[in-house]
Design a binder for this molecule. Sequence first.
Ligand code: PLP
Length: 284
Amino acid sequence: RTVYVNGEYLPEHEAKVSVFDRGFLMADGVYEVTSVLGGKLIDFEGHAKRLARSLSELQIRKPMEDEALLDIHRELVARNDIDEGLIYLQITRGAPNDRDFIFPPKDTEPTVVLFTQSKPGLADSPAARTGLKVISIPDIRWGRRDIKTVQLLYPSMGKMMAKAAGADDAWMVEEGAVTEGTSNNAYIVKGNTIVTRHLGNEILHGITRAAVLRFAREAQMQVEERAFTIEEAQDATEAFITSASTFVMPVVEIDGAQIGAGTPGRVASRLREIYIEESRKAAL
Ligand code: PLP
């Protein structure tokens, strides 16, 4: 695999970053994951915009313009011959020559790393036909989940807790309400209404979320952006998640309780179809 690091395209085993990199020592960095369908990027503009915001919130210098970022994404897709898959992009505050809590001097170059992950069958996923099982876990993450930082220890532990419980993922709960999934936004459907948590510092503002809600409204579906509980979710007619790597994925069980008929719901399945179809059309 060819990866990108700080201006160079290199075989993955030759790509290196410093042991003093702030991303490595302090999780001082941000990332984006953009999906690829038919060799094209899904919602690149959305990801570029959120990346700029994450960087700005953390006062990390934006290392290049969006056009240059797009070129790197495309170059990696071409060099690695990606038809369906993901592109991971990470920018950290860079590598000063020692460890220090104080931010390094302004002229420290951010570290930029991108690599591809080939995922044949991303669009025609078997999981979309059976649906996922989720468990609930407390949300003990920090208070700025709207910034897409590389601080993913708890989400990673959450997936392990789900796996240990025989489930696929975990929904996180704070003050009695679902915030989001470990790496996705969470939704329930009540009759004809789609309910998903309102935006704020408590959740990541999903790029897929924004697109799916737009498509839902265009298809005359009702959308309510508000908090909901696990009990309300267990009583819902449907549940699902969204993310760049799963698109729209039905959820059929929450903490052992079957949702609806225990099979992917009509709304989630329809939204998945619309999302994939429209995203393909608009892909770059
Ligand atoms: N919420 C969290 C915590 C995430 O990590 C992600 C994606 O990685 C999402 C939501 C979904 O965001 P997007 O649709 O932009 O992939």
